[in-house]
Write a protein that binds this ligand. Structure first.
Ligand SMILES: Cc1cc2nc3c(=O)[nH]c(=O)nc-3n(C[C@H](O)[C@H](O)[C@H](O)COP(=O)(O)OP(=O)(O)OC[C@H]3O[C@@H](n4cnc5c(N)ncnc54)[C@H](O)[C@@H]3O)c2cc1C
Length: 864
C-alpha cells in the first residue's frame, strides 16, 4: 500500500533548501558586487552599516525585444528585494546607455533571420538537441559608470550569542554597534557577519548594477516572457531584523593580550618580519610524481598561458596580499574576486580543486523553492539573482532544467497554494526564470514523465531552475583567477599559520602533498579560511593556548546514487517527498544517467573519508521505487555513489534541531588574530559570498594600513568564465559542437564534439584543434563513451590535474558515469599522465592504486 504522500507544508526543507527562518542572510544582499567592491577597493572604513538600496521596479517588466533583435542596451537597474514584508517597495532607479551593436557572425542563422532556438532543459534535449539555428559572437560586456550608492547606518539592536564562537567572538549588547566609527579604528574587531539580508525598519537601500541586455525571444530559456532584461543584481529592501540575525561587531582592545593596534593604528611593518624557519616535512604515504616535467610540456603550458602546477608551487614563496586556504567553490570565488580587484592573491588547496563538497553537491544552481515555506524570500531572491548571473557567466555549464513537482491526492497543500508559491518563485526572479512555470494536468504529466506513478496524481507544476557541473564550475572559477595572475596551487596543505610579533596571522606554512618538496612559507597580509567541512580543523591551526577556537560547524552528510537512464527514465528533475520522513528528494536526468539524492544526516568523522552507507542507498532506492513503481530499482542497479558534507553553521540550539532544519546560510568570522573564516552557504551564491569576504579583507587591510593602492572593482558578475567567452547568445550548444568538430577537422564525432562543447564551452575549440594536430588524442577512454584522451592532456596541461583521480573524478566524471567507474581505463590515463608529467613506473602504479582505493571507498556500502 502506498504510504501517505505528505503535503508541501508538512515537509522539512531540502538539504539545499530552506533554513530555519530565524537565520541570517547575506550581509549585503541586493548590493551588486561591483557596488560593494568598488568602494571597498578604495578602502572604506570598517563600517558595518548596510548599503542603502533602491527598490526595483517589481511590476511588469518591459517586453523582451523581438526575436533575433540585436543587443540594444546596457541597462543599469536598481532593485529592492521583495523581502519578508513583501510589497514594501519604495521607488526605483533605472538608467540605460547605448551599447555597441552586437557582432553577428557572417552567414550565421541570426544574420539570415532564422528563428532562434528554444532551449530548455530536458534530458533528451541535452542528449540530442535540435540542430543549429544561429551562432553569435558574445560581445564583451560594455561597461557603464558604476552605480551610485548611499549608506545609512542602522542601530544594532540585539545581543546575540554567536554559535560556536569563543567568548571573545560573541558580542554583548553594550559592545555592539554598526555605526560606531570610533570602534572601527580598531583592527581587533571580531566581526561576525551573520550576513543579514535585512535591515532595520525604515532603512532603505539603493543599489544600481550594470547589466548587459541580451535580446532573446520570450520562449527562450535564458529569456523570460515578460521581463526587462536589465535586472541582474537588484537590491533589496530589508524588513526588520530579528535579534538573531543582527550583524555583530565586537571591539575589545582592552582584552588582555589583544594583539591589535591601538586606536591610532601605526602601520605594520611590511613586508612582515619572518617568523622562525619551518621544518621541512616530506609528505608520507602519498604517491609522488617526479618533480621535473618534460621541457616540451612546460613550453606548451607556457604557450597556453596557464602555469603548470610545479610553476605554481615555485611561485608560492612570493609574498601576497591575500592567501586563500581551500580550493572549493568558496575559495575559488574569493581568489577570483580578490585578484580581479588588483590584490596579489594565492590560493592553496591540499588536494585537488573541488576535491571537497564542491564536487559532491546535487549540482543545482537554484533558488531553493523550499525556502518559501519558511518565508525566506530574501534568500530565494538572492539565489535566483545569482542563478541569472551564473547563466551568463558560464552558459555552457549552467543550463536551464525543468522541475516537475507532482501533487497527489491526500496532500495537505492543494494545487492552488502550490501555484501561488510558484508565482512567488517566478516573481522573486523578477520573472527572469529560465521559463515561467505552468501547471500540468495528470494527463500532461503522464505524457511528459511516463515513468512517474499516476495513481492519485492531481497535477504537477512545472518550473525552472538550473543544473550544473559543480566541479567544473569550481575549476573554471579558480583557473580564471589564475589567468588573472593569482597563484593557484593544488597539493598544497596549510600545516600551520605564521604569526607576526603582535600575534596576527601573517601567512602560512604549506606542505607539498604532491611533489614531495617539503614545506614552504607564504607571507600574506590577510589570510582567508575557506575550507568548507575542514573549517574547524583549519581554525584550530591558529589557536593559541588558552584561546582555543570553539567549533562552529555542524556538518551533515548528503549522498546521491547514479543509475542508468533507462533504469529510471526521467526527462525533467522530479521533486518528491520521501515516503517515510517527508524530506525533499530529487530524481535528476543526467545524460545517459539519472541520479537521485539526497540524504541529510549528521556526520562527525574525517571529511576525507565520507562515503555512502547501505542504509543511505536503500533510503534513496525506496523513494525512487515509491514514485516510479514501473521501474523498480535494486542495489545492483547503482552504478556509483557520491557523498558530500554540508559545512553548515551549528545553530545555538543544536540538540533540538534536525539536520534538515539547520540553516544553509553562510557566516563570516574574523578572529582576534585576523584570520577570516567563511563557512556555510551554497554553491549557487558563491560569487556573492566571495565578494563579501573580500570586502571584509579589504577593510582589514585598510585598518592595518596595508591596503595596496589602485584597487579596482572586481566585476565578477560581468566577465564570463573562460569557457563562456564567445558562447553564442542563443545558447546553441550544437552550434558550438559543430565548430568543435570543424576544429578537429572532423576527426571527432558529433556526439564527442557535443560532449566537449557542453563541458568546456568555447575552450572545446582548442581541444578540437589539439585532436586535429594529433588524431590519436581523439580515441575514446572507454569504448562507446564520449570521453577522449585529449581531455586527459587538457586536464594536465591546462587544468592543473596532477593525479589519476583528478582526471577521473573532477575533470571527466568517469568515476560517476562509467559502468566500472573508469577502472578499466585508469592504466591508460595514468600512462598518458606519466608521459606528460614524467612519472616513473612506480608512481604510475601508485596513482592507479590510489584511484582504485577511492572507487573502493565509494563502493564500501555494498558490503554493508
Ligand atoms: C549533498 C549536498 C548537496 C548540495 N547541493 C547543492 C546544490 O544543489 N546547490 C547549491 O547551491 N549548493 C549545494 N550544496 C552546498 C554546496 O555544495 C556547498 O556549500 C559548497 O560546495 C561548499 O564549498 P566550499 O568551498 O565551502 O567547501 P569545499 O568544496 O569542501 O572546499 C574546501 C576545500 O578546502 C580544502 N582544504 C581543507 N583543509 C585544507 C588545508 N589545511 N590546506 C589547504 N586546503 C585545505 C579541501 O581539500 C577542500 O577542497 C550541497 C551540499 C551537499 C553536501
Amino acid at each position: 500500500m502506498r504510504p501517505h504522500r505528505p503535503s508541501a507544508s508538512q515537509v522539512r526543507p531540502s538539504p539545499q533548501a530552506a533554513p530555519s527562518a530565524s537565520r541570517s542572510t547575506s550581509s549585503q544582499r541586493g548590493a551588486s558586487p561591483s557596488q560593494r567592491s568598488s568602494p571597498s577597493a578604495q578602502g572604506p572604513a570598517m563600517h558595518e552599516a548596510p548599503s542603502t538600496h533602491a527598490p526595483p521596479s517589481p511590476g511588469p517588466a518591459s517586453s523582451p525585444p523581438p526575436s533575433g533583435a540585436r543587443r540594444g542596451s546596457i541597462t543599469r537597474s536598481a532593485g529592492a528585494s521583495p523581502g519578508r514584508a513583501a510589497g514594501r517597495l519604495s521607488g526605483s532607479i533605472h538608467s540605460s546607455t547605448q551599447a555597441p551593436p552586437r557582432q553577428v557572425v557572417p552567414g550565421s542563422a541570426s544574420q539570415r533571420g532564422s528563428p532562434p532556438q528554444r532551449r530548455v532543459s530536458t534530458a533528451s534535449s541535452r542528449r540530442a538537441s535540435p540542430g543549429t539555428k544561429r551562432v553569435r559572437a558574445r560581445q564583451p560586456r560594455t561597461t557603464a559608470p558604476s552605480g551610485s550608492s548611499a549608506c545609512r547606518s542602522i542601530p544594532t539592536s540585539a545581543s546575540s550569542r554567536v554559535p560556536g564562537a569563543t567568548p571573545s567572538e560573541s558580542g554583548s549588547a553594550s559592545s555592539l554597534g554598526t555605526g560606531s566609527s570610533a570602534a572601527l579604528g580598531c583592527p581587533s574587531i571580531v566581526a561576525v557577519a551573520r550576513t543579514a539580508a535585512i535591515s532595520t525598519p525604515g532603512s532603505r537601500s539603493v543599489s544600481t548594477t550594470r547589466s548587459s541586455c541580451v535580446a532573446l525571444p520570450p520562449s527562450h530559456p535564458r529569456s523570460s516572457a515578460s521581463a526587462s532584461p536589465a535586472h541582474r543584481s537588484p537590491a533589496l529592501l530589508r524588513p526588520p531584523e530579528p535579534p538573531c540575525m543582527t550583524r555583530i561587531i565586537q571591539h575589545d582592545r582592552s582584552l588582555p593580550g589583544c594583539p591589535l593596534p591601538a586606536p591610532s593604528p601605526a602601520p605594520l611593518p611590511h613586508p612582515l618580519p619572518r617568523p622562525s624557519p619551518v621544518q621541512r616535512h616530506p609528505p608520507a604515504g602519498q604517491p609522488r610524481p617526479a618533480s621535473l616535467q618534460p621541457r616540451a610540456r612546460r613550453a606548451r603550458a607556457r604557450r597556453s598561458g596557464m602555469p603548470t602546477r610545479r610553476e605554481m608551487w615555485e611561485r608560492l614563496g612570493e609574498d601576497v596580499d591575500v592567501l586563500v586556504v581551500g580550493g572549493g567553490i568558496t575559495g575559488a570565488g574569493i581568489a577570483r574576486d580578490a585578484v580581479r580587484r588588483g590584490l596579489k592573491t594565492a590560493l592553496v588547496e591540499m588536494n585537488d580543486l573541488a576535491y571537497g563538497t564542491s564536487s559532491r553537491s546535487s549540482k543545482l544552481v537554484h533558488g531553493g523553492l523550499r525556502y518559501l515555506e519558511h518565508y525566506e524570500f530574501s534568500m530565494v531572491f538572492e539565489s535566483v539573482s545569482e542563478r541569472r548571473i551564473l547563466m551568463d557567466l558560464a552558459p555552457h555549464l549552467v543550463n536551464p532544467l525543468g522541475f516537475l513537482f507532482p501533487v497527489y491526492r491526500g496532500s495537505r497543500q492543494n494545487l492552488f497554494v502550490i501555484n501561488v508559491g510558484m508565482w512567488l518563485y517566478d516573481g522573486l526572479s523578477l520573472f527572469r526564470s529560465p521559463k515561467i512555470h505552468k501547471n500540468l494536468k495528470p494527463a500532461e504529466v503522464a505524457e511528459l514523465e511516463p515513468a512517474l506513478d499516476r495513481s492519485g496524481l492531481k497535477g504537477a507544476p512545472l518550473y525552472y531552475d538550473c543544473s550544473t557541473d559543480d566541479a567544473r564550475l569550481t575549476l573554471e572559477t579558480a583557473l580564471d583567477a589564475a589567468h588573472e595572475g593569482a597563484i593557484v596551487c593544488t597539493g598544497a596543505k596549510v600545516k600551520r599559520f605564521l604569526k607576526d610579533e603582535r600575534g596576527r596571522v601573517a601567512g602560512a606554512a604549506v606542505e607539498d602533498t604532491l611533489g614531495g618538496e617539503g614545506t614552504k612559507e607564504i607571507r600574506a597580509k590577510v589570510v582567508i579560511n575557506a575550507t568548507g567541512p575542514w573549517t574547524d580543523t583549519t581554525r584550530r591551526l591558529s589557536s593559541v593556548p588558552g584561546q582555543e577556537h570553539r567549533d562552529v560547524l555542524r556538518p551533515t552528510k548528503g549522498i546521491h546514487i547514479v543509475v542508468a537512464a533507462e533504469k529510471l527514465p526521467v526527462e525533467h528533475a522530479v521533486v518528491c517527498f520521501h515516503p517515510t520522513d517527508e524530506r525533499v528528494l530529487f530524481a535528476l536526468p543526467w545524460g545517459d544517467r539519472t541520479y537521485v539524492g539526497t540524504t541529510d544526516t549528521d556526520y562527525a568523522g574525517d571529511p576525507a573519508k565520507v562515503a555512502a552507507t547501505a542504509e543511505d542507498v536503500d533510503y534513496l532506492i525506496d523513494a525512487a521505487n515509491h514514485y516510479f513503481p514501473k521501474h523498480p530499482l535494486a542495489r545492483e542497479d547503482v552504478i556509483s555513489t557520491w557523498a558530500g558534507l554540508r559545512p553548515l553553521i551549528a545553530p545555538p540550539e543544536k540538540a533540538s534541531m534536525s539536520e534538515s532544519d539547520v540553516s544553509r546560510e553562510h557566516e563570516i568570522l574574523v578572529g582576534r588574530d585576523g584570520l577570516i573564516t567563511i563557512a556555510g552557504g551554497k554553491l549557487t551564491t558563491y560569487r556573492r559570498m566571495a565578494a563579501e569576504v573580500v570586502d571584509k579583507a579589504v577593510r582589514l587591510l585598510k585598518l592595518t594600513r596595508m591596503l595596496p593602492a589602485d584597487l579596482k572593482p572586481a566585476k565578477t558578475d560581468e566577465n564570463p568564465l573562460p569557457g563562456g567567452r564567445g558562447w553564442p547568445e542563443d545558447d546553441d550548444h550544437d552550434a558550438v559542437a559543430g565548430r568543435v568538430r570543424a576544429a578537429s577537422q572532423d576527426v571527432l564525432s558529433p556526439e564527442v564534439a557535443r560532449h566537449l562543447a557542453d563541458n568546456y564551452g568555447m575552450q572545446a575549440l582548442e581541444i578540437g584543434a589539439m585532436v586535429a594536430e594529433d588524431p590519436g588524442l581523439g580515441r575514446a577512454l572507454v569504448e562507446g563513451r564520449p570521453e577522449i584522451m585529449a581531455q586527459v592532456r587538457w586536464a594536465v596541461e591546462r587544468e592543473l590535474a596532477a593525479t589519476v583521480a583528478d582526471v577521473m573524478v573532477r575533470r571527466t566524471q568517469l568515476f560517476y558515469r562509467d559502468l566500472d567507474q573508469g577502472l578499466g581505463c585508469a592504466d591508460a590515463v595514468a600512462h598518458e599522465m606519466a608521459r606528460l608529467l614524467g612519472w616513473d613506473e612506480k608512481t604510475q602504479r601508485a596513482m592507479v592504486k590510489a584511484y582504485a582505493d577511492e572507487v573502493a571507498l565509494s563502493r564500501a556500502w555494498r558490503e554493508g
